[in-house]
Design a protein around this ligand. Structure first.
Ligand SMILES: C[S@@+](CC[C@H](N)C(=O)[O-])C[C@H]1O[C@@H](n2cnc3c(N)ncnc32)[C@H](O)[C@@H]1O
Length: 178
């Protein structure tokens, strides 16, 4: 793994999915890294890119990508239901930001899985105290979701954040079984 294992994990989990069967994708908690990885992996898919309202850190860069396959949406996933159905929902470093925007981890997790989709990818830092990887697995086991793949990888260089040092990233590929 290289020093940004969350990207390697995202690529690895996407590579297990059929390109033909995934044409409607939601990048839940979007940013340049996840969005560019998704649109290059699925060259024909249309992608909704959800960002927390007014989060200019991310809005500027994803608008600059100017892809006609990308629809940028400013919406709080916890406050407004998402009626659309997707083939795949990607939550790449989303859950660790729940509290930053006044939501709880558990609420954001539940709202994420209330979005209609066949597959979900959830990636975060194992050491992030705001994220609970076991709670994701427990939530899936208690509901209609099956963990198809779990990857945990060590960063070559630990990623230093304000409240933790990210040594490992984890990623789940989850399938809806209803
Ligand atoms: C750390 S960034 C992840 C960026 C992106 N996935 C990437 O690879 O660059 C977290 C993202 O989640 C979004 N976010 C956090 N809480 C949210 C919420 N409740 N509803 C919608 N988006 C949210 C932020 O606006 C931001 O786009």
């Amino acid at each position: 793994m290289n020093d940004r294992s969350h990207i390697t994990i995202l690529r690895g989990l996407l590579s297990g999915l059929s390109i033909a069967d995934n044409s409607r994708i939601l990048d839940a908690g979007s940013g340049k890294t996840s969005l560019s990885t998704i649109i290059s992996h699925f060259p024909k898919a249309s992608v909704d890119a959800i960002v927390y309202p007014g989060d200019e850190r991310k809005l500027k860069t994803i608008r600059n990508m100017q892809s006609d396959r990308v629809n940028v949406v400013e919406q709080d996933i916890c406050n407004t239901p998402i009626p659309d159905h997707y083939d795949l929902v990607v939550a790449h470093l989303l859950l660790g930001e729940a509290r930053k925007f006044g939501n709880s981890f558990q609420d954001l997790l539940q709202k994420l899985f209330s979005i209609q989709s066949r597959y979900y990818i959830v990636i975060d830092y194992l050491e992030d105290p705001k994220v609970d990887a076991d709670a994701i697995r427990t939530y899936c086991e208690a509901t209609n979701f099956k963990v198809q793949e779990y990857i945990c990888a060590e960063n070559t260089e630990p990623q230093v954040w304000d409240d933790f040092v990210g040594v490992h990233n984890f990623g789940f590929l989850i399938e809806s079984i209803v």
